[in-house]
Design a protein around this ligand. Structure first.
Ligand code: 6PG
Ligand code: NI
Length: 184
């Protein structure tokens, strides 16, 4: 275990200090996730934009620790499908808490049968119950950021989502978001 610590959160810059590892996901890291494979492929082999970043606190991802991270998703869409995180299931079905910090987003959850969508505006706490795969979506026109707090031993199963999907897909619409069944 590590020692008690204060982590400075800058609400303007959305940074953590001290900071742990940072992850950058580009379009090319999101293979098999967007409905329009050709549009994805063109973007991935073109300018390959950064779709999202994840900045972690120094708390390690190990059993019984409680790490945090801030995810920032850029605004954009691929053939209408809003930019999003890969999405994953926690293998041992641990729950998780999100707090929206900036911009506009959505939290799409899927338990294998049911799909749920939560609008995420700054101040919204999104609760992910055990056993619900989760994906975040930027529904606005500026970066969408949220804080996540999760059990350090939770792990990330990305194959679960590649196999089963998320029940729905989120497309850009005049009113913000148009949720369509995964298969359509
Ligand atoms: C977690 C959180 C969250 C998530 C990021 C990136 O379990 O750590 O759900 O920090 O990992 O938002 O999303 P992906 O892990 O699906 O790429
Ligand atoms: Ni998670």
């Amino acid at each position: 275990p590590i020692s008690p610590m204060a982590i400075a959160f800058d609400a303007e810059k959305l940074t953590l200090s001290p900071e742990g590892p940072t992850l950058t996901r580009r379009m090319s890291d999101l293979e098999g996730l967007f409905r329009d494979h050709d549009a994805w492929s063109a973007a991935a082999s073109g300018d390959d934009p950064i779709v999202y970043t994840v900045v972690s606190s120094p708390v390690p991802e190990v059993e019984r620790e409680l790490p945090q991270s801030i995810t920032t998703i850029m605004p954009g869409d691929t053939a209408g499908e809003l930019w999003m995180t890969k999405g994953h299931q926690h293998p041992d079905h641990q729950g998780e808490i999100y707090l929206a910090l900036h911009g506009r987003g959505g939290l799409l959850m899927f338990d294998g049968e049911r799909t749920e969508w939560l609008d995420m505006l700054p101040g919204t706490i999104g609760y992910i119950p055990p056993g619900w795969a989760h994906r975040s979506v930027n529904t606005g026109d500026e970066p969408y950021s949220f804080l996540a707090v999760y059990p350090g031993g939770a792990g990330h199963d990305y194959g679960w989502v590649l196999e089963r999907g998320m029940g729905s897909r989120a497309f850009r619409a005049e009113s913000g978001v148009d949720l369509r069944p995964y298969a359509e």
